[in-house]
Write a protein that binds this ligand. Structure first.
Ligand code: GRF
Length: 203
């Protein structure tokens, strides 16, 4: 049985980092296997996500410009990149360098309420104004578009009568935390399966 090397995960953040925290916690309790977060890169130096990373003993960097983000990612040796509340659009160079290795968590049922301008509370306000009876979260691959990559996992949540955008956001965020970890595990398993199996027999 080949002992699998843990895959290196870099996490890009911009804000509070509750999705990052979900990944940290689920790796610690074994719900996410064969992966370890090796670096957290924030687009903002005031992101609380950086404190969460530091508390977990994870290396951090602040990089707004995409060429610096690429350099930090290459230096980290990341196999997979997870966008966790990341508020910038990745450069085509990064997408090319990490094709099919970048995932994002979006707080709606893509292809609804996504793309330019649909982020954070704006998503939930639009869902309520749209009279939707359900919303949810989506984990998807990141390509050159905004929220346009192949969907990995989705989960629905109800929109309740009288919901405020903040109440809906809180309900969806719980689902984000759950499916982001599951989605990352699916990608870890896929990338691990693609790796050439080292032949321990030395034949
Ligand atoms: C949340 O609105 C979430 O829906 C989106 O980014 C925002 C912040 O997430 N993915 P986090 O708490 O910084 O992970």
């Amino acid at each position: 049985m080949n002992r699998k090397e843990k895959l290196k995960i870099a996490v890009l953040v911009s804000g509070g980092g509750t999705n990052l925290q979900a990944l940290i916690d689920k790796m610690a309790d074994g719900q996410i296997r064969d992966g370890e977060i090796v670096k957290v890169i924030s687009s903002r130096e005031d992101a609380f996500a950086l404190e969460r990373a530091a508390k977990a003993g994870i290396a951090t960097a602040v990089a707004a410009e995409q060429d610096k983000v690429l350099a930090e990612l290459q230096e980290s040796g990341a196999d997979i990149i997870a966008l966790a509340g990341y508020m910038k659009v990745l450069s085509p160079e990064i997408i090319r360098a990490f094709r099919n290795r970048i995932i994002n968590i979006h707080p709606s049922l893509i292809p609804k309420y996504c793309g330019k301008g649909y982020y954070g509370i704006h998503v939930h306000r639009a869902v309520i104004e749209g009279g939707e009876k359900e919303s949810g979260a989506t984990v998807h691959y990141v390509d050159e578009g905004v929220d346009t990559g192949e969907i990995i996992l989705q989960e629905k949540v109800p929109v309740l009568e009288g919901d405020t955008p903040e109440e809906l956001a809180a309900r969806v965020l719980k689902t984000e935390h759950k499916i982001f970890a599951k989605g990352l595990q699916k990608v870890i398993d896929r990338v691990q399966a693609e790796k050439p199996q080292e032949d321990e027999g030395g034949r």
